[in-house]
Design a protein around this ligand. Structure first.
Ligand SMILES: [Zn+2]
Length: 216
């Protein structure tokens, strides 16, 4: 990771780059990256890390899987692994910065863990080759959500979900909610160690704490 950072810093001819490990499903990652790019263009790159943190607190994923046998990113109880072996099984996954859960689901009455549809949220959907999109759209409709925009699936998604029998829906803050997210950003200060303007303490670039001012 450190070597990769050195290469990118060198190729971009700047040291103002950091690596932040983020374990999100591919669609959530792409959605957060798109929102980040838009907000950073408005607010300035110096606040990228703070804005990304706030976005990650908001972005949620709900997914419909037909097997959880190879799902490695969410803790799956043994009884659900066993259930995966039964024909016709289905599972609802809910993921956010605060929680991750998987539960057995019923195709006749599909339920996803969705917030109320109001002006705070938008949704985007991607499906694996054998994903049951009709059932997910039924779950969205019964929860009061309109049909979401569909985007092409990431090639990395099958690996992440452990199956091509998945449908993922990412809920992300609307334009108005994004404006609220960046309404109060921290004041930048110059790091005593690397001299770069940082919004965080310790410094986002070098990780050092600036010594507190002392008065005698
Ligand atoms: Zn620094």
């Amino acid at each position: 990771m450190v070597d990769a950072l050195r290469v990118v810093r060198s190729s971009r001819e700047t040291l103002d780059l950091v690596i932040l490990p983020v374990d999100l499903p591919p669609l959530a990652l792409m959605t957060a990256a798109g929102l980040l790019a838009r907000l950073v263009a408005q607010e300035g790159a110096a606040h990228s890390v703070v804005i990304l943190d706030r976005l990650l607190e908001c972005v949620r994923t709900v997914a419909w899987l037909e097997t959880v046998t190879r799902l490695a990113h969410v803790e799956v109880p043994m009884r659900l692994h066993t259930r995966s072996l039964l024909p016709g099984s289905a599972f609802a996954v809910s993921l956010s910065a605060q929680q991750a859960s998987v539960a057995a689901a019923d195709r006749r009455d599909p339920q996803l863990s969705l917030p109320p549809h109001n002006g705070d949220w938008e949704a985007v959907l991607a499906r694996g080759e054998r994903g049951d999109v009709a059932t997910v759209e039924r779950a969205l409709t019964s929860a009061g959500w309109p049909k979401p925009q569909t985007v092409p699936a990431s090639p990395a998604a099958v690996d992440w979900w452990g199956t091509d029998r998945y449908v993922e829906v990412v809920l992300y803050p609307s334009a108005a909610a994004c404006r609220a997210l960046v309404a109060e950003l921290p004041t930048l200060h110059n790091c005593r160690w690397c001299s770069r303007a940082t919004p965080t303490e310790p410094c986002v670039f070098c990780g050092h704490l600036s010594p507190k001012e002392t008065f005698s």
